[in-house]
Structure formats: C-alpha cells, structure tokens
Design a protein around this ligand. Structure first.
Ligand code: IPM
Ligand code: MN
Length: 372
C-alpha cells in the first residue's frame, strides 16, 4: 500500500514524539513492503511564529492532499498564561477538525499490566478496563454561535446538533460495539438539555438496526462517577463534543499514564492520528517524553487502512518494550531510557511474525477495537 502522510508535529514535545512514530512507520514499510511518504507542515504556536496563523492555508492543503495526518501536540506556555491572547495555538486544531470534517474522535482506553501500579484506582477496580470513547468532534457547543455583549458583561455559547451529525457518529459507534463486547453507552444530559434529548431519540432509533448491541443511556454526571467506581463495565461510550472532551481526559488518567494513549479523529475523506497528551513544553528537547502514545497512534492509522497485521506488529513491539522495561521515566521512575532510545527499540522490534502475535493477550487490544 502507498500512503501519503502529513506530519503536523506542532509544539513542545510534538516533534520528538512524531519522529519516533515516523521511525515505526518506516520500519512497518520495510518489513511489510509498503511505501509511506511524508511531508511536514506547521501548526499551532510554531505556525503563529512564522506568519501569525495557527493553521496556515498551505497546511490545510497539505492535509487535504494526504491520505492521513500524524499530529503531534499544540500549545505553549506564553499563550496559556495570557487569557487575552487573540490568536491561540488551539484555534489551529479546532479549525483543522472543522475544515477536514473530522467528526469522530475515537479513544481506546485499555489497561496494560505494567501501568496498573501507577493507576490512581485500586487494582481490583482498574483491572479489566477496556473501553472506547466516541466523541463527536465538529459540532455542539464548541462550534455553535458565540456572543459577547458590546460592554463585555454578557456572553453566551449556543449548543446545536442536527440529526445527521448525531447519526453518522452513532453508526460508527454501533459498528464498533458490534465487533467488541456489544454494549453501547450513550452519555448525555437528557434531563436538562434539548440537544441531549435529540441525541437519545436518534440513537434509540438507530439501535433498532443493531439488535445485537445492548444500548444503555447514562447522564453525564452519573457516567463520571461510574467511570471511577467501575470502569470495566463500559465497552463503547458515545457522547457529544463537550461531554466527550471532559470524559476523555478523565478516562486518560485512569490508566496511570497519559503518555501511552493514542487517538484517532476520523472524517469521510480524512483521518488524523495523535497522542492524547498535550505539548508538555517543560519537557521539550530533553529526550524524556514518552513516545508510546504517538507510536500507538501509528497502530490506529494502520488499522484504519485495513493493515491489521501491521497494526498488531506495532502494538506487539510496544508491549515488548513494556515487558522488557524499556520505557521512559513517566512509567518507571528509575528508568534511564529516553524518547529516542525507546522509539528505536520499538521500531527495531516491529517484525512480521505470527509468533509475535502471541506475546500475551494484550496485543489484540486494537484488533478488537474501533476503527471502521
Ligand atoms: C482536546 C483538547 C482540545 C479540545 C482543545 C485544545 C481545544 O482539549 O483535544 O481534547 O477541547 O477539544
Ligand atoms: Mn480536551
């Protein structure tokens, strides 16, 4: 297979972790006989430095001309500390999602044994956790009308959804649930919000086409509690943009390290893959960032294009690095391995071998999961 991949490394540790992901893709290319070509384009604070625009038109064009995007991270301290900044790196990411219509954000949350001691939850609670969050990404309160009165004393953010916006991501989520544990939890606030009632009506209607999938509806406040008390009850969680933003982050800390979680943002014509963690500016250039989230984003990318063996080979190589304790210090405080070494180790261990698929049962975590 030939794929053109746009690298939007962005800010902070973004470039360091994306470099490790690229090493792994090159290794997959050589091992399995695929041709991956790469182009780079600026986004975020890096792009603002060049011409004041967090998402230059040339970057959007580059993304449109590519088959997939590998994204690093955006954000820089100078903007975080200045609430009055008119141009912000985050605007680049939001615009990119909207321009490319990346309407479904997908995050697998599966526990790895090596991380259990670092989890804020007790082992018997976190054990067996394996769910996927489908967050709607291009609509709702993020993108509906915003107003600020002229005197600056009154503001509003509208939250709008249409049936088709709900239905297209709902179908994706149901299809994923069908391949997994066959349970879908719709998270909303239907006791208060009209948009949530629309979500319920639409999703309940669609559920009839997926009789094998059990649908459950949960208010978001209750869902937040359940995710802490009993995370292993979930299989596929479907939710809107705002609730998804919050639950995604809550889910990401359950596992004991945000440094390992990948995500995919899928549209009809484009797909972007990125680590869940942010730009961590304090770690920039220090060779301490964990490259695994970015590398597992590569596994999601490969799976998205139907390359299951290739995707499993990447996951297996990551699991080998865990088993051999070749990890960065966020996972094991005493570790002396840096970003580059871990990246090299994982890339070097990507092999095309059936034996490789039986390292342990964790390696099917992506195979079972999400991407349609
Ligand atoms: C995320 C981030 C973004 C969001 C920010 C950076 C705009 O928090 O990807 O979850 O809120 O969607
Ligand atoms: Mn967020």
């Amino acid at each position: 297979m030939r794929l053109k991949i746009a690298l939007l490394s962005g800010d902070g540790i973004g470039p360091e972790v994306v470099s490790q992901a690229v090493k792994c893709l090159r290794s997959v290319g050589e091992t399995f006989g695929h041709s991956f070509t790469f182009t780079s384009a600026p986004v975020g604070a890096e792009a603002i430095k060049i011409d004041g625009n967090p998402l230059p038109d040339a970057t959007i064009k580059n993304c449109r001309d590519s088959d997939a995007i590998l994204f690093g991270a955006i954000g820089a301290l100078e903007y975080d500390n200045d609430p009055n900044a008119r141009v912000r790196p985050e605007q680049g990411l939001l615009k990119l999602r909207k321009e490319l219509d990346l309407f479904a954000n997908i995050r697998p949350v599966k526990v790895f044994h090596i991380l259990i001691p670092g989890s804020p939850l007790k082992e018997n609670i976190i054990k067996g956790t394996d769910f996927v969050i489908f967050r709607e990404l291009t609509s709702g309160i993020y993108f509906s009308e915003k107003k600020l009165s002229e005197d600056g004393t009154h503001a509003s953010d509208l939250c709008e959804y249409s049936e088709w916006e709900i239905s297209r991501i709902a179908h994706m989520a149901f299809k994923a649930a069908k391949k997994r544990k066959k349970k879908l939890t719709l998270v909303d606030k239907a006791n208060v919000l009209e948009t949530s009632r629309l979500w319920r009506r639409v999703v309940m209607g669609i559920a009839k086409s997926y009789p094998e999938v059990q649908l459950e509806c949960l208010f978001v406040d209750k869902a937040a509690i359940e995710m802490i008390l009993n995370p292993s009850q979930f299989d596929v969680i479907l939710t809107d943009n705002m609730f998804g933003d919050i639950l995604n982050d809550q889910a990401s800390v359950l596992l004991g390290s945000t440094g390992i979680l990948p995500s995919a943002s899928i549209g009809t014509d484009n797909a972007m893959f990125e680590p869940v963690h942010g730009s961590f500016p304090q770690a920039k250039g220090k060779n301490i960032a964990n490259p695994v989230a970015s590398i597992l984003s590569v596994a999601l990318l490969l799976q998205h294009f139907g390359m299951e063996d290739e995707s499993n080979a990447v996951v297996s190589a990551v699991l080998k690095s865990f088993n051999k304790k070749v990890v960065t210090s966020d996972i094991m405080g005493s570790s002396k391995y840096g970003t580059n070494y871990v990246g090299d180790y994982i890339a070097d261990n990507i092999v095309d071998s059936d034996d490789n698929l039986s390292i342990n049962d964790e390696n099917v975590w992506l195979g079972k999961s999400t991407i349609i």
